[in-house]
Design a protein around this ligand. Structure first.
Ligand code: G4P
Length: 540
């Protein structure tokens, strides 16, 4: 039965009830980890469990695997890094899971930050041998600042690693997150036998399949049998479980949802151990989408008319069409393809005729979506990350802050005859927020300044300008390292100061003062004591 938008606006309508019911079934999350911890492997394993794809490698492109969405760029393939983010949606039990991929490399932390603005939970993936690594820590900080609840998955338990208790201790001591193990491993990392369910004591043994297959098979074994088979490991595990009970590491829902505690699971993404348990935990414990606060701090009720936040814009996903897709996270109401939404930034209508979901290489038309779902809007040239779209009742969600750039370079078209393509490319990459574009009267339009959080962003820009826009460029690095937000008056006031320059950011019109180092910035601040130098969120 189809319901209309006007029905959606009637409080207590059938659509309201449906929106509330469908929202409760959504789990929207991302995996955060340090490169090589196994994020791609886990993503594949999760999707395989949900029986959405039938061969590992259909989701992510890494060397030797069948690549799709996340290796849409040659550069990704060449370097084995994931620049772009894919969105996977699949059914598991009675829930709809939306898994948002995040780029692993620190240079793309702005992109990750935007993705984390669109999730309701995160899985923090740790390598059992390495524990908390630098990139994990940074991403954890972003989750904490956004109040995103975290489930921890200790991966690679099939090979030698650290002690389980030691890893938990590191999590608690380093980031102050109280670990609450839901399962406990039998056997040390590398000599892994199976998992004990903490609340029930049920033991599941995992056996590697014969013939070199990596996937393990699971079967429940009764306690007496395993205690007789593995007396030493069993006794150890029982002692450790006793210790955990003593220190009160039981599951505390309030602690989890408020970001103070984390459920912990052990397993191996590669061997498919503990992956179903992870999905079960997300379904049972992770919060469904909640009403999202708008710029005024008022919550937009879930059953309010349709609204959503653009958290990512990506071009070139479909090489044949060179199109551009804006990813909309639905925040309230029922989305129906074809509905006309209002773009809060401009007040202009936006028709959603071309709404798609992206799963690996496959795209499907999305007919309807609910809070927590991600809709890909094709050729949405006017939309930028951080923008709000809404139906009926106007709303604007807080924009996603731009990170403090720390690397700067002047970019010019190599060939003056290609200036038109160059200009178009720069504008588009700026709109996609691939990099920040800074301009000043002094430098002119022909030589804008690129401002990056990480230097790999420069490579993305130059490669894309060359391949997508047919505009080869030259890049000259500038000696600046620090940027601060300043008032427009600073353009004139600071003109002539050495090792300092003020430029305007194309995306939001903010003025940025660039300095070669902190020492120089402090000197200039002392010269202009009334001038406000405002720091931006740090991305690295
Ligand atoms: P990333 O996306 O976080 O960067 O990590 P990715 O999944 O690519 O995994 C990094 C490496 O770790 C891969 O090996 C992968 O096979 C391995 N790995 C992931 N999960 C597990 C696990 O549970 N157990 C073990 N033993 N290894 C795991 P690689 O040799 O670098 O790459 P590949 O050639 O296998 O793709």
């Amino acid at each position: 039965m189809s319901t209309t938008e006007s029905d959606a606006r009637q409080p207590g309508s059938a659509t309201d009830a449906r929106v509330v019911g469908e929202t409760a079934r959504r789990r929207t999350f991302a995996v955060i980890s340090h490169p090589d911890a196994g994020k791609s492997t886990l993503t594949e394993a999760l999707a395989l469990h949900a029986e959405v794809i039938d061969s590992a490698g259909a989701v992510h492109g890494k060397s030797g695997r069948k690549g799709v969405t996340s290796d849409w760029m040659e550069m990704e393939r060449a370097r084995g890094i994931s620049v772009s983010s894919a969105v996977l949606q699949f059914a598991y039990r009675d829930c709809v899971i939306n898994l948002l991929d995040t780029p692993g490399h620190g240079d793309f932390s702005e992109d990750t930050y935007r993705v984390l603005a669109a999730v309701d939970a995160a899985v923090m993936l740790l390598d059992a041998a390495k524990g908390l690594e630098p990139q994990t820590l940074k991403l954890f900080d972003v989750c904490r600042s956004r109040g995103v609840p975290i489930v921890t998955f200790v991966n690679k338990w099939d090979r030698p690693g650290r002690e389980a208790l030691e890893l938990l201790d590191e999590v608690e001591q380093t980031i102050g997150l109280r670990p609450m193990p839901l399962t406990w491993p039998l056997g040390i990392a590398g000599q892994f036998k199976g998992l004990i369910e903490r609340t029930t004591g049920e033991y599941t043994a995992f056996t590697r399949a014969a013939g070199g297959a990596t996937k393990a098979t699971a079967h429940v074994v009764d306690a007496e049998t395993i205690a007789a088979q593995e007396p030493e490991y069993w006794q150890n595990a029982q002692d450790e479980l006793g210790l955990l009970d003593e220190i009160g590491a039981g599951f505390d829902e309030e602690g989890f949802r408020s970001g103070k505690a984390t459920p912990v699971l052990f397993g191996s993404a590669l061997s498919n151990i503990g992956v179903a348990r992870l999905l079960d935990s997300l379904v049972d414990l992770a919060p469904p989408p909640a009403p999202r606060p708008d710029v005024k701090g008022d919550d937009r009720p879930l059953e309010a008319p349709t609204s959503g936040l653009i958290f990512k814009v990506q071009a070139g996903m479909d090489k044949a069409h060179r199109d551009r897709m804006a990813f909309l996270r639905i925040c309230s109401g029922r989305f129906e393809r074809g509905m006309v939404l209002t773009h809060a930034a401009t007040g202009k209508p936006f028709a959603t005729k071309y709404a798609q979901s992206v799963f690996g290489a496959e795209r499907k038309t999305v007919e309807e979506a609910f809070p927590g779902d991600i809709v890909g809007l094709v050729n949405a040239t006017a939309l930028r990350p951080g923008d709000t779209l809404y139906a009926a009742d106007p709303v604007e969600f807080p924009s996603i802050p731009a990170f403090a750039p720390e690397h700067f370079a002047v970019i010019r078209a190599k060939d003056a005859g290609k200036y038109k393509q160059f200009r178009k490319g720069i504008e588009q990459l700026g709109n996609e927020a691939v990099i920040q574009i800074l301009r000043s009267d002094l430098r002119g339009d022909q030589a804008p300044v690129l401002a990056a959080v990480g230097p790999l962003q420069f490579d993305v820009v130059t490669t894309r300008l060359e391949t997508e826009f047919n505009a080869p460029v030259t890049l000259d690095r500038l000696p600046y390292q620090i940027a601060r937000l300043v008032d427009p008056e600073a353009v004139e006031a600071l003109a002539g100061q050495s090792e300092c320059e003020v430029l305007r950011r194309a995306s939001d019109g903010e003025h940025l003062a660039l300095f070669t180092n902190k020492w120089r910035m402090d000197i200039i601040q002392r010269k202009f004591p009334d001038m406000r130098f405002e720091a931006m969120p740090a991305g690295s």
